[in-house]
Design a protein around this ligand. Structure first.
Ligand code: SF4
Length: 367
């Protein structure tokens, strides 16, 4: 969740969501939540971090209690995710209740189940944004999801949702085989007036554990960022489309240093990053699992810090793991002695997955 254009090009593309997140952070200490409402899915993506795992999920009654917990906790920006959330029979009820309680909602769906009726309903409910994954043109996307026809259904979903005026985000994973298609993803985003392209670093867990060769090198990441700098931060290509990077906070430090070298004033970006560290674990972000467990991250399912049915979410923030992850002075290795640790903090998810140490260094650092 690193918005490069907002940080460095003064873009206001995602400012409403950012303002909502900051205001809920002040009210309850929680800015954003990923709520995985189900792990059931109708695709079989080759990189899926859930790896086909399907844990039991909450009843409708209990899921509605989670909505109450979110309201009490300051109405954080809530990403309703899966699995495929539209497979839950009660999903419209849950989305409607979230909106009734004044919570900003981003629905993360693979798009294959979006038809005219679903698009209209999501618009009627006032869902703030729908995030849909795309990995490339038809042949590439269908090979990635391992479901023929999934690309066509994504295109249909984007058209329907756009026609109904819903805010859109194109999501992808920065795997090596996706890199040649990043420009295509921005083209699609522009065609459908999407607000952002979300590029999540590829993490070799779940099914992705068998695809370690898909992890991009640091040089490949730097080349991608250099392209963003030239064409979208200093240039105006894909104007109005935010570049949102997931699980790779040092990307922003890399961009900042490149701009600084060119004599560009980066003081405002620096101020924003000091105000709110880029690494979100332990800093206002939590995840809720299909069973209601509260996690530091949806990638770290063994690090439970509470249960949303049992606990007040504001109390969960006192858990020692949450406090440690958010305390940059406790970081170890290169992150522990890094001059940028208060702005960046390194990905705590990747530190844990690659080194086994939640507070260790982020081995994917680009600096
Ligand atoms: S060493 Fe850690 S804190 Fe410093 S820039 Fe790299 S990832 Fe960020």
């Amino acid at each position: 969740m690193t918005h490069l254009r907002s940080l460095f090009a003064g873009s206001e593309t995602l400012s409403a969501a950012e303002r909502a997140a900051m205001s809920s952070l002040r009210r309850g200490g929680i800015s954003s939540v990923i709520w995985v409402v189900t792990e059931r899915c109708n695709l079989k993506c080759i990189h899926c971090y859930e790896g086909g795992r399907v844990t039991p999920e909450l009843s409708t009654e209990d899921a509605l209690k989670i909505v109450e917990r979110l309201e009490e906790a300051g109405k954080p920006l809530t990403f309703v995710s899966g699995g495929e959330p539209l497979l839950r029979e009660d999903i419209m009820l849950l989305l409607g209740r979230l909106k009734e309680r004044g919570i900003r909602v981003i629905l993360s769906t693979n798009g294959t189940l979006v038809d005219e009726g679903v698009a209209r309903k999501l618009a009627d409910l006032g869902v703030d944004n729908v995030a849909i994954p795309l990995y490339g043109p038809e042949e590439m996307h269908d090979a990635f999801t391992r479901i023929p026809g999934s690309h066509e259904r994504v295109m249909r979903a984007l058209k329907l949702l756009s026609d109904h005026g819903l805010g859109l985000t194109i999501k992808t994973v920065v795997a090596r085989r996706v890199l040649p298609y990043i420009r295509y993803l921005f083209d699609v985003a522009q065609t459908f007036n999407a607000r952002a392209v979300y590029l999540c670093d590829f993490i070799p867990v779940g099914r992705g554990a068998f695809l370690r060769e898909e992890v991009p090198s640091k040089e490949e990441w730097r080349a991608l960022l250099d392209w963003f700098i030239e064409e979208m931060i200093l240039g105006d290509a894909y104007d109005g489309v935010e570049i949102d990077i997931g699980l790779h906070p040092s990307t922003a430090i890399y961009v900042m240093k490149r701009l600084e070298e060119r004599g560009i004033d980066i003081s405002e970006a620096e101020r924003k990053m000091r105000e709110r560290r880029l690494s979100v674990e332990g800093r206002g972000f939590i995840s809720i699992s299909p069973t209601g467990d509260v996690l530091l991250s949806n990638y770290l399912t063994d690090l439970k810090i509470g249960n949303a049915l049992r606990d007040d979410l504001r109390d969960v923030l006192n858990h020692p793991l949450y406090r440690a992850a958010g305390d940059s002075s406790m970081l170890r290795g290169r992150c522990g002695i890094c001059p940028y640790r208060d702005m960046c903090g390194g990905s705590r998810v990747k530190a844990r997955i690659y080194t086994g140490d939640l507070l260790g260094e982020d081995p994917t650092c680009l600096i």
